[in-house]
Structures are given as C-alpha cells and as structure tokens.
Ligand binder design. Structure first.
Ligand code: SAM
Length: 282
C-alpha cells in the first residue's frame, strides 16, 4: 500500500491500483485482511488479502453471470446453495428467480457479511432479509462434506485458491458438491482469469471431470477482474442444461421476469459459452 493508492497483490508482476479517496474500513479478521475503500471511478471496493473482491460499479457483471446462467439453464431450480459470496451479490441475483424457494449461503467469514451490509448495502440489496435466505457462517468445505440436504444448483462464489478457499478447488470438494446435487443439478465455480492465471481453469476442469459427466466453462468481462475474460467453470451430469435452445432460454428469462439485468441477457447466455481459442484449449 502507498499513501492514497492501494495496490492489488494478486499477480506477481502486474498490479491494479485503486486511488482510495477514503479507506472506510480495515480489519484483520480471523481469516483474512479485509479492506473497504472508496474510489472515484468504481465506488466502494472490497479487497480480501490484497485481492479485489467486488466494486459497487461493476459487481453486477460477475453476480448476474454466476446466478442466471445456471438457474436459467436448469429451468426448475427450487433450492440453491451458495458457498462464499458473503457480500450478498450472488444471493441477490439468485432470489430474483421466483421459482427459488430456498437459498442457503455458507460463508466462512462473518466480517465479510457484516461489513458488506454496513458499507456496501446496495450489493445485497435486502437479500439477507428475504425469508428464503438461510445464512450459515461456516466452512463450505465441511458443509458439503456433512450435509444431508440436496440442492438443484450450487454456486461457488469464492476467493482465489489460497487461504480458506484453497480446498474449494479440489476434486474431493467437487465430489461432495456432486453428492449434494439433485439429479441433473448444476455446479458453477469461480475459475480465474485465464490470461493471468493460466493454470487455474485447466485444474478446475480436470478436477470437475472426476465427478461430472459434462464439464465446461463460460466467460464474463468485469473491468476490475483485470486481464481480459474471467471464466466460470460449469459442471452437471445433464449436458443439455448449459445452453438450452434459444427459444427456451428466452422463454425462461421472460418467465423469471429478468428484464432489468445489466449484463446477462438470453443472447449473452449462449454467447458466453463461445470461448476464445486460447481459453478453449485450456
Ligand atoms: N462476489 C465476489 C467476487 O466476484 O469474487 C466476491 C467473492 S466473495 C467475497 C468470496 C468469499 O468466499 C469471501 O467472503 C470468503 O470469506 C469466502 N470463502 C473463502 N473460503 C471459504 C470457505 N472455505 N467456505 C466458505 N466461504 C469461503
């Protein structure tokens, strides 16, 4: 960190740096170094262990794509599990689907939820007060290993594979997720920015393949996940649920009332699975 400029430390030889007009909050939680700052371009920004988690201005990209692609692809999801995602943005988007009866979030660090609510309330936008929300402060790895509950969709909205999130990228964790899914259920996981983290997507895919018949990835472009496209890994035993027929996607989007999205659309859904060659090869 230097004076008013706060540098992300994710990549060894290239740094995104935010002008902090104010540092609103800083805490070493039991697990992570949490910083919330104010930036003139991106609004409020949350970093964990020096890595950008989200900003008020561009959080919609990742959260809409993490939630709507699997929920529209599934078509009848009633029970959704979110691992991580303490800021509540993914939860907010999941709850926009009227068919969702229960959204369980398992976040390991209570400070992320509490400080997110305090300093970035527009991100969760009341989602934690929704009666369909079940919030557990616990380790997601242990939760999926032990629970007897079953879910139609599981979303791993995690930090990068270090610290408490390291175990969220292993074949054992994905096998436990598979056991927690209903038939044809869908797992979506954070899989990094391939240009700068070239090993992450291949590792995620190889590990997912140990448990799922159909494994793929789709892309999104969020300005503060620097380095070009970010990828989300997609896994299911039902390959048809990644990209249903165009008219099916459009009908489901309309039935869910997803008319006010800012990134996700029916056309973006299908297009996101068209991978640039260097990502497809990975
Ligand atoms: N939605 C944002 C994004 O685009 O990256 C932010 C991700 S969210 C803040 C990541 C969360 O994963 C963090 O709050 C972190 O505490 C949580 N997390 C990390 N390891 C975890 C684990 N083992 N179980 C549950 N949550 C975990």
């Amino acid at each position: 960190m230097t004076d008013d400029w706060i540098a992300e430390t994710l990549h060894p030889a290239w740094r995104q740096t935010f002008l902090a007009s104010r540092v609103l909050y800083r805490e070493k939680t039991d697990l992570q170094d949490l910083v919330i700052l104010e930036n003139p371009t991106f609004g409020r920004v949350m970093l964990l262990d020096g890595v950008t988690q989200l900003t008020e201005r561009d959080e919609f990209v990742y959260h809409e794509m993490m939630a709507h692609v699997p929920l529209i692809g599934h078509g009848a999801a009633r029970r959704v599990l979110i691992i991580g995602g303490g800021d509540g943005g993914t939860l907010r988007e999941v709850l926009r689907h009227p068919g969702v009866e229960q959204a369980t979030m398992v976040e390991i660090d209570r400070s992320v939820v509490d400080r997110g609510l305090e300093y970035m309330p527009s991100v969760s936008a009341g989602a934690f007060d929704d009666p369909r929300t079940h919030l557990l402060i616990a380790d997601g790895i242990r939760f999926v290993a032990e629970t007897t509950e079953r879910f139609d969709v599981i979303l791993v909205d995690s930090t990068d594979p270090t610290g408490p999130a390291a175990g969220l990228f292993t074949p054992e964790f994905y096998a436990d997720c598979k056991r927690c899914l209903t038939e044809g259920g869908i797992l979506v996981v954070q899989a990094g920015v391939p240009f700068l983290q070239p090993d992450e997507l291949p590792r995620v895919q190889a590990n997912l393949r140990q448990s799922f018949a159909s494994v793929g990835a789709y892309v999104l472009a969020a300005p503060t996940y620097v380095g070009g496209f970010m990828t989300l890994g997609w896994a299911s035993d039902d390959a048809s649920r990644a990209v249903p027929a165009p008219e099916v996607i459009t009908a489901r989007v309309q039935a869910a009332g997803l008319t006010q999205t800012r990134y996700y659309t029916d056309n973006v859904h299908a297009a996101a699975f068209a991978l640039p060659a260097f990502i497809g090869k990975a």
